[in-house]
Design a protein around this ligand. Sequence first.
Ligand code: ZN
Length: 111
Amino acid sequence: MTIQIRRFIELSDILGMRFECKHCGAILQLGLKAIQQGSLYSCPQCRADWALLGGGGPTATNVETAFLRFSEVVNAINRVCKEAPIGFSLRFEIRDDNEKREIKTTAEATG
Ligand SMILES: [Zn+2]
């Protein structure tokens, strides 16, 4: 028998984001309301490019906007869920690395 366990979180469970530098391992944790333009341009420790690719030069690409938008959307939906009498609750399914577990039943175990 296979049992599938599905895990869900509420948006209010998301307290912030954790960024780990791929170069030096430094960790930056920011609450959703603490992320501001420029927060993610480069590693606060080693200065490696993070979301401002190309070091801010003329060919630089800024991908930080996606993260700023994500935090804005999470904050906006949390606000709506608290203030408006919406007729549903919202949960997000998250991956579980131990998603499927084989359970030996008595019949299978002996057969
Ligand atoms: Zn770094």
